[in-house]
Design a protein around this ligand. Structure first.
Ligand SMILES: NC(=O)c1ccc[n+]([C@@H]2O[C@H](COP(=O)([O-])OP(=O)(O)OC[C@H]3O[C@@H](n4cnc5c(N)ncnc54)[C@H](O)[C@@H]3O)[C@@H](O)[C@H]2O)c1
Length: 268
């Protein structure tokens, strides 16, 4: 599949995890890419690893929670690529801890980085997409935005991303700009390396109907679909890719495939 030939794409959070895997996938499908990350060395390293020639992939440093930095970096990326057709917003941080342990500062940091950033990027990129006459924005949300699982700030920010996505889809539709989100469940990336290293992966995997964490490449495939013309009639949706986690209630005492306790159907 070469769905991204002649497409110019910005990936935030492109230095690591889902962002990096998405950049790799889109490059393989023909895209020219600007990887934007707080970790500028990581963004440049990622760009070099994907395209050693440096012709089709470049790394940029910017804090996506800083609206002026977002405007500047998108201007640079647009100049370098000659336009912007697609944005994948993957930059984000996780937060843990109960509400009593969450300071005002910690709350604001998560909301700024995980939610406000997506507003800043959409606002800054819309003019470039209007000039191109079309565009697609893919926001990486989380199942934590729909089901309580992790942390209040993270859940609120990700729920906000899903709501923001719908609003942007409505507002930008007149300019043929599609806006969708993807909600990953547990995905094996550096974001949750600590949790996996602490030995909790098997316990969580047991609650996931597909029995394992997702791969960054599996979320990248969803981002690649939503950003492509294959999704030309899709806007304003949240596509859940969580191995079934949010579709079922599976407490620890119910093993996989036995949720009905051997129930065979209606007795005659
Ligand atoms: N891994 C999961 O299980 C999971 C599940 C659901 C949603 N998500 C979401 O997926 C997205 C990507 O996460 P990941 O798992 O690839 O994590 P990751 O830590 O591997 O990558 C996140 C990237 O974002 C960058 N970043 C962080 N703050 C930034 C800032 N202020 N400005 C610019 N860049 C910044 C980091 O430097 C890093 O390169 C995040 O939005 C995360 O919330 C991840």
């Amino acid at each position: 599949m070469m769905r991204y030939t002649d497409k110019r794409v910005v990936v935030t959070g492109g230095a690591s995890g889902i962002g990096l895997a998405t950049a790799r996938r889109l490059f393989a499908e023909g895209a020219t890419l600007a990887l934007v990350d707080l970790d500028i060395d990581g963004a440049r390293r990622g760009a070099g690893a994907i395209d050693a020639s440096g012709v089709r992939v470049a790394g940029y440093g910017a804090n996506v929670a800083d609206s002026a930095a977002v405007t500047n970096v998108l201007r640079s990326a647009e100049e370098w690529m000659g336009g912007i057709d697609v944005v994948v917003n993957s930059a984000g941080i996780i937060a843990r801890g109960a509400i009593g342990e969450t300071s005002d500062e910690a709350w604001r940091r998560v909301v700024d980085i995980d939610l406000s950033s997506m507003f800043y990027v959409a606002r800054a990129v819309a003019p470039a997409m209007r000039r191109a006459g079309r565009g697609a924005i893919v926001n990486v949300a989380s199942v934590a935005g729909s089901v309580g699982a992790v942390n209040a700030a993270y859940a609120a920010a990700k729920g906000g991303v899903i709501a923001l996505t719908r609003q942007l889809a409505n507002e930008l539709s007149t300019d043929s700009i599609r806006v969708n989100s993807v909600s990953p469940g547990f995905t094996a990336t550096p974001l949750n390396q600590e949790l996996r290293a602490a030995g909790s992966e098997a316990a969580w995997a047991n609650r996931i109907p597909l029995g394992r964490f997702g791969l960054a490449e599996e979320i990248a495939a969803v981002c690649a679909f939503l950003g492509s013309d294959d999704a030309s009639y899709i806007t304003g949706i949240d596509l859940v890719a969580d191995g079934g986690l949010s579709a079922v209630a599976r407490p620890d005492y119910i093993p996989a495939g036995a949720a009905m306790g051997g129930y065979q159907g209606v007795r005659q």
